[in-house]
Ligand binder design. Structure first.
Ligand SMILES: [Zn+2]
Length: 293
């Protein structure tokens, strides 16, 4: 049984009063009502909120449904495409769609309508929105170099979507406000506040294109999922280590000034590369299976 369900069961029994206090029960009715309201609220949170991250099995508290997330992701991506110039044809746009499709095929996401878009922007960057909307800036292709390098970036971003990190972050950080998001969504699918909350949670700030960092737990989990998915899609997972090392070298070449946006939102250190190396054996087994299939 998942921990959040167990916690609810423990609190689900009404408190029993000792006989001496029963006659004062009438006085405590407002408190009882408050308790009932809290229990109902908790039941709602539990009903909506229990989730488990795929592959890693980590318990998550998520206060919105995959369908609500997907709808908000679609709206945010539509707005982004209107405001940011994209490259629709040519070998790089084709490559992004081709590599993206291969990874999407092995990534289990409910309500996904995958779309992989190349944006015309020299800043090395990539991001993903719920519902399977992935954006890549042309500037990152200088560092990905190969299709396997690009697969590393796309699979990592897809990992954030599969594990619903944006919705989890919104649920964790917005707290009661997140409950308001559910209410907003339930009452009006177009609620701008709810949409903005999800956009921010997924790293798209009020100003479109401004990325916010994920937590270390989310980054490592996206690395783990990304390695598995790229391997299942038939890309050598050792290329992920090579990509992150190239990114580190690129950052050093910039003179150690302001790091590229992707690095500032995906902080890279020796521990992270060491953790990726530790995950390699499982990913290589997946790669071997995919290659023999
Ligand atoms: Zn990430």
């Amino acid at each position: 049984m998942r921990p959040c369900q167990r916690q609810f069961r423990l609190q689900a029994q009404p408190p029993t009063l000792p006989p001496t206090q029963r006659k004062t029960q009438r006085k405590t009715r407002p408190r009882t009502l408050l308790w009932c309201f809290s229990a109902a609220l908790l039941a709602t949170v539990v009903a909506v909120g229990c989730a488990t991250a795929p592959e890693t099995g980590r318990s998550q508290l998520i206060l919105m449904s995959p369908a609500q997330e997907a709808e908000m992701g679609l709206k945010a991506f539509t707005q982004l495409k209107r405001e940011k110039p994209s490259i629709k044809s040519g070998k790089n746009a084709d490559m992004i769609r081709r590599v993206g499709r291969r990874i999407a095929k092995v990534a289990p996401v409910e309500y996904a309508d995958w779309e992989f878009v190349l944006f015309e922007d020299d800043t090395p960057n990539a991001f993903a929105l719920p519902g399977g909307k992935v954006g890549v800036n042309s500037g990152i292709l200088e560092i990905t170099k190969t299709e396997a390098g690009l697969a590393t970036v796309l699979a990592h971003e897809v990992g954030h979507v599969v594990a619903r990190h944006g919705a989890e972050r919104a649920s964790q950080t917005l707290g009661l406000q997140a409950l308001g998001v559910i209410a907003d969504v339930a009452l009006a699918q177009n609620a701008p506040g709810a949409r903005q909350g999800v956009m921010q949670a997924y790293g798209i700030g009020a100003q479109v294109g401004v990325l916010l960092p994920y937590s270390r737990v989310h980054e490592l989990e996206a690395d783990e999922l990304g390695l598995v998915y790229m391997a299942r899609a038939g890309y050598d997972p050792r290329e992920a280590i090579a990509f992150w090392e190239r990114f580190q070298a690129y950052n050093r070449k910039q003179g150690g000034g302001k790091p590229p946006e992707f690095l500032s939102t995906h902080p890279l250190d020796d521990r992270r590369i060491a953790e990726l190396r530790a995950l390699l054996p499982r990913a290589q087994a997946e790669y071997a299976r995919a290659s023999n299939a």
